[in-house]
Write a protein that binds this ligand. Structure first.
Ligand code: PMP
Ligand code: GLN
Length: 378
């Protein structure tokens, strides 16, 4: 037998993490914190287990958590999502994304994606018979040329996927970008999937431009989010999706058979923990300090960079060191220098290699100092 997915090997995250482990290298490749989640959150989940939240959660998610999510959208974006029928808790953002694509994409539907793109979009499109239309963004600014987007839209265009703050580049979409997206999709049947898993990790006083800030855009959009990024527990795999009721009804028609519901005690714990908004409001400052520390420490290295504007990733241009292929260089850095990263070409259209690597700075200051020492010696 053959997989229905063509030409995919193991995900780059597994490849680089395995290589890092085998060679005992620092792992700044796969995006995950090397520090603990807040003890209060761990206690909240443990209390939930002890007090009986151990059977199936409702299909839509724990109601208290849906209320907490709804309150967050009111507070941050002055935008209302009804917890009853416009928010669904998922097994991470990955499952939300897979469910949205499965619920809407039919054979030959076209989905516009921007490359470099997070790796789970394209396989989900392909599995559902859809066709991804990739628009390549170029280093170092990764800006979207909306004329190209306009030219790519036709009667087969069913969905556009955007991601801000952007993994892997660390760039963010501006208000002008979102207005353009709104203008181009107005009065069409296009569904927008807005992957906002890094909404709380945004720097230098920038505002996160959620689709829900734009009235007409919100009407056609799904937001996907992930608690793993926000509360430092990527292994819990809890996230959610928000959308207007008509779209969310369609989402749930698939979600109920895809996973039905997700880990109940975590949902109850997260719901209690989110009563204190500072738990997410402090995140930009927390990660901005880490970005600044990391960049200050490597400013005299041979890597070139534009500071990340959001996410916990920093891309570094190594063309001043070598012009070897980024996958080869990332492997060599891991094996010979003891530091793992992610080569950007794997996220690019036709594996375009721009000599750029992605490093995750969701690490203790100690880890960042050790990583910087290694990078400075290259
Ligand atoms: N989208 C993006 C842009 C991501 O970076 C990630 C996680 N790396 C996800 C989706 C998936 O999130 P989760 O781990 O909650 O499934
Ligand atoms: N989202 C994480 C990253 O970009 C990894 C997730 C995964 O391992 N699939 O590094």
């Amino acid at each position: 037998h053959q997989s229905k997915l063509s030409n995919v090997g193991n995900s780059i995250f597994s490849v680089m993490s395995t290589l890092a482990n085998t060679h005992n290298a620092m792992n700044l490749a796969q995006g995950f914190p090397d520090f603990k989640s807040d003890q209060k959150l761990i206690d909240a989940v443990s209390n939930a287990m002890n007090s009986g939240y151990n059977q199936y959660a409702p299909m839509q998610g724990h109601l208290g958590l849906r209320h907490a999510i709804s309150k967050k959208y009111e507070l941050l974006y002055n935008s209302s999502y009804n917890p009853e029928n416009e928010i669904t808790v998922t097994a991470g953002a990955t499952q939300a994304i897979f469910t949205i694509i499965s619920a809407f994409i039919r054979p030959n539907d076209e989905v516009i994606i921007f490359k470099p793109a997070y790796d789970c979009y394209q396989p989900a499109i392909e599995l559902n018979g859809g066709k991804s239309i990739a628009i390549q963004l170029k280093a170092p600014n990764y800006t979207i040329d909306w004329n190209t987007v306009a030219q790519s839209i036709n009667s087969n265009t069913k969905m556009i996927i955007v991601n801000t703050p952007h993994n892997p580049s660390g760039t963010v979409l501006s208000k002008a970008d979102m207005l353009k997206l709104q203008e181009l999709t107005n009065e069409t049947d296009i569904v927008v999937l807005s992957d906002e898993v890094y909404e709380h990790i945004i720097f230098d006083g920038e505002q996160h431009q959620s689709v829900c800030r734009f009235k007409n855009l919100k009407e056609r959009s799904f937001i996907t989010a992930s608690f793993g990024k926000t509360f430092h527990n990527t292994g819990w795999k809890i996230g959610y999706s928000c959308a207007p009721k008509t779209l969310m009804d369609i989402f749930r028609s698939v979600h109920q058979f895809n996973v039905f519901s997700v880990h109940h005690p975590s949902q109850k714990g997260l719901s209690d923990y989110m009563e204190e908004p500072n738990h997410y409001l402090n995140l930009p400052e927390f990660y901005q300090e880490k970005r600044n520390l990391f960049l200050e420490l490597i400013k005299d290295s041979r890597f070139k960079f534009t500071p990340s504007k959001g996410t916990y990733f920093q891309v570094l241009d190594y063309s001043g060191i070598t012009l070897e292929h980024d996958v080869d260089f990332a492997k060599r850095l891991t094996i010979e220098h003891g530091i793992a990263s992610i080569p950007l070409s794997v996220f690019n259209d036709n594996n375009l290699d721009e000599h750029v690597l992605r490093f995750c700075f969701a690490k203790t200051n100690d880890t960042l100092k050790k990583a910087a020492e290694l990078l400075n010696s290259i």
